[in-house]
Design a protein around this ligand. Structure first.
Ligand code: ASP
Length: 305
């Protein structure tokens, strides 16, 4: 049994470990862990308190996947509900013919399931948006695409939470939740709710989840690439570094910072993490440990594989 998470997942580790220790499923563990981070108003990249889009509206993306039957649920650009991961779980359970609901349809489904709506935009996030907007008269006349491009701020835009778990029965599950790029174009969807891009899980081989530049992971189907590497007999190190090298083969526009972070968990519960940036970390914990350990990610920089 084990849980691995992005470094901003600390608030959810205890909930996940508690479920695994009691014999619960990996899927329950990653959902409960993600909910704890979504509820944290001080995390400006996930759930309540997340930074809004260019119009000042918080839009959330999330997905979860279980590795036994590869069932998945996901929501994109969901407004007004603080726990997108649980709406994604409800899609997995109650709408088995669907995987992903977006926008109004996702919100309608959340209401139908009885999820409690909430205001997601905190004062702090609204202030940050307004500061970034500057002169309101100017932006009211500006095409939204110019506004969104002008407002993007890599210093504060990034962040997503990842949880991967393996339970006592050897089942794997993965969960990803985010408010996406701060001040994004309304309706922009990143990699987090896209199965194969930001999230993938298969009990037979392993699971992978991403944070970073979602558009990059979408174009390279990064999470699936990593798991496919494991399927083809690569080690964790080879599969992770190989997927990072594959991303590097996609040229990005100069104004875009090439940031990608991966966590990988294999079917035996071994784990590793990778980043384009030096000094990045991730968390992992098994039930015999009292607290998570913060471990270094492998740096997979330019030209490295
Ligand atoms: N991957 C997320 C997205 O593109 C953002 C992030 O992890 O920084 O929406």
């Amino acid at each position: 049994m084990i849980v691995a998470a992005s470094a901003n997942g600390r608030a959810g580790m205890a909930a996940a470990l508690d479920i695994l220790r009691r014999g619960g499923s990996a899927l329950d563990a990653v959902e409960a862990a993600t909910r704890a981070v979504e509820a944290d108003v001080n995390d400006h990249s996930v759930g309540v308190g997340g930074y809004p889009n260019a119009l000042g509206e918080v839009e959330l993306d999330a997905s979860l996947m279980e590795g036994t039957a590869r069932r998945a649920g996901a929501v994109a650009a969901l407004r007004g509900y603080p726990h997108p991961i649980s709406v994604a779980r409800a899609i997995l359970e109650r709408l088995p013919q669907h995987v992903l609901l977006a926008g109004e349809g996702a919100a309608r489904f959340a209401a139908e399931c009885g999820f409690a709506p909430a205001e997601l935009l905190t004062e702090e996030a609204r202030d940050a948006w307004q500061r970034r907007m500057g002169d309101e008269r100017a932006w009211r006349t500006m095409p939204l695409q110019d506004l969104a491009a002008r407002m993007q701020d890599p210093q504060r835009a990034a962040g997503t939470v990842n949880f991967l778990a393996r339970d006592a029965q050897g089942r794997l599950a993965s969960a990803v939740s985010t408010s996406g790029w701060a001040f994004k174009y309304p309706g922009r969807v990143g990699d987090s709710p896209l199965i194969g891009a930001g999230n993938y899980c298969d009990d037979r081989y392993g699971a992978c989840a991403c944070t970073g530049l979602g558009e990059w992971a979408i174009r390279a189907a990064t999470a699936r690439t990593v798991v496919l590497g494991l399927q083809h007999g690569l080690s964790l190190q080879e599969a992770g570094a190989g997927a990072m090298a594959d991303l590097r083969a996609i040229p990005l526009p100069p104004q875009v910072e090439p940031v990608m972070n991966l966590i990988v968990l294999d079917r035996e519960g071994r784990h590793a993490a990778f980043s384009t940036q030096a000094g990045r970390t991730y968390l992992w914990q098994s039930p015999d440990m009292v607290a998570p350990e913060e471990a270094s990610r492998h740096e997979a920089g330019e030209g490295m594989a």
